[in-house]
Design a binder for this molecule. Structure first.
Ligand code: GDP
Ligand code: IMO
Ligand code: MG
Length: 424
């Protein structure tokens, strides 16, 4: 059984928790896109892990973890994560592999990300400043890219960095009047990255195909969410990779047809960090209620997340383009205490009703949500583990979502812990 878990909204849907649960039944967990912009929370007992680059399976001692070609690797963050696990006596030795073809995020990428965002003022994208856009831009541009395999040839890398850094410094000075970065300092850091990370570097495509032949089961872990997908999300307020399930085959070198089940993760409401249109946003006391109750602050940047009602138009779109088979609906517990709950079933755009999500933001910005309003519930559901024990209103809410999105909700989150999960 091979599975792909992917976010159906604008990220932070609870993928880390679901991947951790599914990892028990898979041999290998694969990160196929994005970089340290991701923040996936896994809670085991009293331990809380916020993983940015390591697959969420890494906290399980026997799970093999792989970072494939289309992930952009920030060595500083990755080394810190490896050390963080080691402090908890979790070792990755012999069970962690990084693609030799994965691109590397270096200091000048993070600097460029920050300078560009600052220069955009009110038009900024609201990135995580993790250097994601600049690194993917260098990948697409090809001539200034550094990949994990470059750590094998340090003399070659030294020369390459001189050329790249000279070019970057011209841009920093000319466009931003900013201080230069030092090629020598970056190279010194690269030597230590090589030392720490080369033992994990391999041909991940060959490794995964061999594993499939050997009958191993693979769990693909999406980062970000479908609406942040570079080609299919709300461009330009997106990330710089294919963060929907469509990025899985291209990012990993494994055809999508080997996946038996695509599981989409969505919250019982919607959140978004960073800028961009958000039709069901509640920039009011309801949004604040959800933010406080759901602890909606970014795992990576700590920014308060924008909160709003569940948007069935957006989630249906993510389900459709992502070939999603079933849904994990998280944070149902967070909605408890609201008198009434809204679900957006359609948009009104220029006087016409629309049910197909317009990813084009000029049209999306004109969308007014059309809501179905249902009664809420006041009971604490964080200890419920059977669907039939949920308040009738909560059951109706879940059934209404299934009806609108036309896919079964097979998992329901009622709290952050592994045990706070209802399976149907
Ligand atoms: P990811 O990026 O999709 O992995 O999600 P994040 O980890 O960034 O954010 C999800 C947050 O919600 C984390 O703090 C989780 O511990 C928490 N969480 C996950 N599922 C649930 C749930 O069902 N209920 C509640 N209350 N919290 C949850
Ligand atoms: P996980 O995997 C939520 C958002 C940023 C910004 C936009 C572009 O934890 O769900 P970037 O740094 O990628 O150039 O920022 O994308 N973003 C996320 N939002 N969860 C994430 O990851 C995100 N990764 C990027 O906030 O709006
Ligand atoms: Mg997150």
């Amino acid at each position: 059984m091979n599975t792909c878990v992917v976010g159906l909204q604008w990220g932070d849907e609870g993928k880390g928790k679901i991947v951790d649960i599914f990892a028990e039944r898979h041999d290998i967990v694969v990160r196929y896109s994005g970089g340290a912009n991701a923040g996936h929370t896994v809670i085991i007992g009293d331990d809380r892990f916020a993983l940015h680059l390591l697959p969420s399976g890494s906290v399980r001692p026997d799970t093999i973890c792989v970072i494939t070609n289309a992930v952009v690797v920030d060595p500083d963050t990755l080394i810190k994560e490896i050390e963080g696990l080691a402090q908890k006596s979790i070792t990755l030795k012999g069970r962690f592999f990084i693609s030799e073809n994965a691109h590397v995020v270096l200091d000048y990428h993070k600097k460029e990300d920050q300078l560009r965002e600052e220069s955009l003022g009110k038009d900024k994208i609201g990135t995580t400043i993790r250097g994601i856009g600049p690194c993917y831009a260098d990948k697409v541009g090809r001539s200034h890219a550094v990949r994990m395999s470059d750590f094998r040839d340090l003399d070659g890398l030294k020369a390459k960095l001189q050329t790249i850094v000279e070019y970057k410094n011209k841009i920093f000075a000319a466009l931003y009047n900013a201080e230069p970065v030092s090629a020598d300092e970056i190279f010194e850091k690269c030597k230590s990255y090589a030392d720490r990370l080369l033992p994990f570097v391999t041909d991940s495509t060959e490794f995964l195909h061999k594993s499939i032949t050997d009958g191993k089961s693979i769990l693909f872990e999406g980062a970000q969410g479908t609406l942040l997908d570079l080609d299919h999300g709300t461009f330009p307020y997106v990330t710089s990779s294919n963060s929907s399930s469509l990025g899985m085959p291209a990012g990993s070198g494994i055809p999508a047809k080997i996946v038996d089940k695509f599981v989409g993760v969505a919250k019982a409401y919607t959140t978004r960090v960073g800028a961009g249109p958000f039709p069901t946003e509640q920039d009011n006391e309801i949004g604040q209620y959800i933010r406080d109750k759901g602890h909606e602050y970014g795992t990576t940047t700590g920014r308060p997340r924008r909160c709003g009602w569940f948007d069935a138009v957006a989630v249906s779109y993510a389900v459709t383009i992502g070939a999603i088979d079933s849904i994990a609906l998280m944070h149902l517990d967070t909605l408890a205490g609201l008198k009434e709950i809204n679900i957006c079933r359609a948009y009104e755009i220029n006087g016409k009703e629309a049910t197909f999500f317009p990813a084009n933001i000029a049209r999306l910005s004109q969308a007014s949500p059309i809501y179905e309003t249902i009664p809420g519930w006041d009971t604490d559901i964080t200890r419920v583990n059977d669907f039939n024990d949920l308040p009738a209103e909560a059951q109706s809410f879940v059934c209404l979502i299934e009806e609108m999105v036309k896919k079964p909700v097979t998992i329901i989150g009622v709290g952050p812990k592994r045990s706070q999960t209802i399976f149907r």
